[in-house]
Design a protein around this ligand. Structure first.
Ligand code: NAD
Length: 431
């Protein structure tokens, strides 16, 4: 099939490369010329393990191309997939302006019977307005569907090649059939629903995962007050088959490109729909407050920051990505500087992106070498659990210096006794 993928961000490039791997002729489209140039040169403009190889294979086979031209990408496409961003607007509502702009550009180019798939995360009930908008710009017959994306940055290629499920929110049996056939080779369960259920299902999935993080943070706070250890509590609740041992991350709250904005959209939409102050409002508030609460806690743990050298390890919002959207490093580093500390910041991938946002203020050094970042530090903050960080032997540096050092384990990734053995005072979350 001929397929256009509109928007070549994290979702668009992975989607385009995987569809090309399945043998389809795919044109990825973006309005950002520099991104398209990089992609056409076989370079992925962000860090995603395994993606560059897949991109190069697709391009070498002639099945995968990138363009900024809607007429080149869309005119021959039987399926046109929209994967542009839907960030939060200031009031918390999902900003669908990129989707609308993509719709305006693609509509005049559509061929007869084209299927327009909305992969971007969009509020339930948006399709009728998109239909109207397209119909004003074309006379051909077209079909609309919503196919929310569930990939995770860091494992996006594997998630897309072997998804837990493929969700098709289609208005008609015919288009649901075509999209099912397209995704059948992935071998995943295919769930066909109304477009509204598909769209709400995406928000519900992300908000539930965010809720687990918010929930376990509240339990961690109770652990601090009562002398319990949140990791032991997790072993107890996780043994219940109804709950499960997976996806418990006590820490500084959730960040990234999706959870914060998707919870905010549900909070906003619930209020608009007359449901009042729902769980999602509180969940968002708790998450916004969380980093400051932990920072205050840490300030006591380390007896103040003034004049201290701090190693901040892990700057992206999670491991295996250089995405910084709502990453804890972006508020923590300025906070440490304001409190009088100096910072050595380490990340395996995200340093160039952090520099772009924070610059290099006085008191900050970026270190590409973990040992260098930690050497001489009074305080180590293990912020994000990159493998390089959680498997590092901090013992050598700590023992050599023979001074009082603190180790702040922001995601409970370390064994407290081992950290103490390395010569640090250990401070985890809720333990
Ligand atoms: P992104 O910000 O990384 O990329 C969006 C791309 O769209 C950018 O390259 C931008 O230049 C391009 N774009 C904007 N307007 C355009 C237009 N009119 N025409 C063509 N291109 C245009 O976004 P992302 O992280 O890939 O997310 C895309 C969507 O997928 C969002 O709705 C997001 O919520 C959802 N999603 C993201 C993830 C994730 O992990 N990133 C996972 C699941 C779902």
């Amino acid at each position: 099939m001929q397929i256009a993928v509109v928007g070549t961000g994290f979702v668009g490039v992975v989607t385009a490369a995987v569809l090309a791997k399945l043998g389809h002729q795919v044109a990825g489209l973006d309005i950002d010329q520099s991104k398209v140039d990089k992609l056409n040169a076989g370079v992925v403009p962000f860090y995603e393990p395994g993606l560059e190889d897949l991109l190069k294979v697709g391009e070498a086979s002639g099945k995968l191309t990138f363009t900024t031209s809607y007429s080149d990408a869309v005119a021959n496409a039987q399926i046109c997939i929209i994967a542009v961003g839907t960030p939060s607007s200031p009031e918390g509502k999902a900003d669908t302006s990129f989707v609308l702009s993509a719709i305006d550009s693609l509509a005049p180019e559509l061929q007869d019977d084209a299927i327009v798939v909305v992969k971007s995360t969009v509020p339930p009930g948006i399709l009728p307005s998109l239909r109207e908008r397209i119909a004003q710009k074309t006379t051909v017959q077209f079909h609309l569907a919503s196919m929310p994306e569930f990939l995770r940055e860091g494992t996006a290629v594997a998630d897309t090649l072997k998804p837990d499920r493929v969700v098709i929110g289609a208005e008609a049996e015919w288009s649901a059939g075509v999209l099912s056939e397209l995704h059948k080779p992935l071998g995943a369960p295919i769930i066909i629903t109304s477009p509204e259920s598909a769209q709400l299902g995406k928000y519900a999935a992300n908000s539930y995962l965010a809720l687990r993080i918010g929930f376990i943070n509240q339990i961690a706070d109770l652990c601090e007050k009562t002398g319990a250890d949140v990791q032991e509590v997790i072993s107890i609740i996780g043994a219940d088959a109804r709950i499960g041992p997976h996806y418990w991350y006590p820490g500084l709250g959730y960040g990234g490109s999706c959870f914060p904005k998707d919870v905010r959209e549900l909070a906003y939409a619930s209020k608009q729909l007359g449901l009042g102050e729902t769980l999602f409002v509180k969940l968002n508030e708790l998450n916004v407050e969380r980093p400051q609460e932990i920072f205050a806690h840490w300030t006591t743990d380390v007896d103040g920051w003034a004049g201290k050298a701090v190693a901040v390890l892990g700057l992206s919002f999670k491991p295996n990505t250089n995405d910084l959207r709502e990453a804890p490093s972006l508020w923590l580093i300025p906070q440490l500087l304001a409190a009088g500390a100096t910072v050595k910041a380490y990340d395996p991938q995200a340093i160039p992106e952090v520099k772009q946002i924070l610059g290099t203020p006085d008191g900050v050094e970026y270190e590409g070498d973990l040992g260098q970042a930690v050497a001489g530090a009074d305080i180590v903050i293990a912020l994000v659990e990159w493998k390089e960080i959680i498997t590092f032997n901090f013992g050598d540096t700590a023992v050599a210096e023979k001074k009082q050092r603190h180790f702040l384990d922001a995601r409970n990734q370390f064994v407290p006794e081992q950290v103490v053995g390395w010569g640090f005072s250990y401070h985890g979350i809720g333990r």
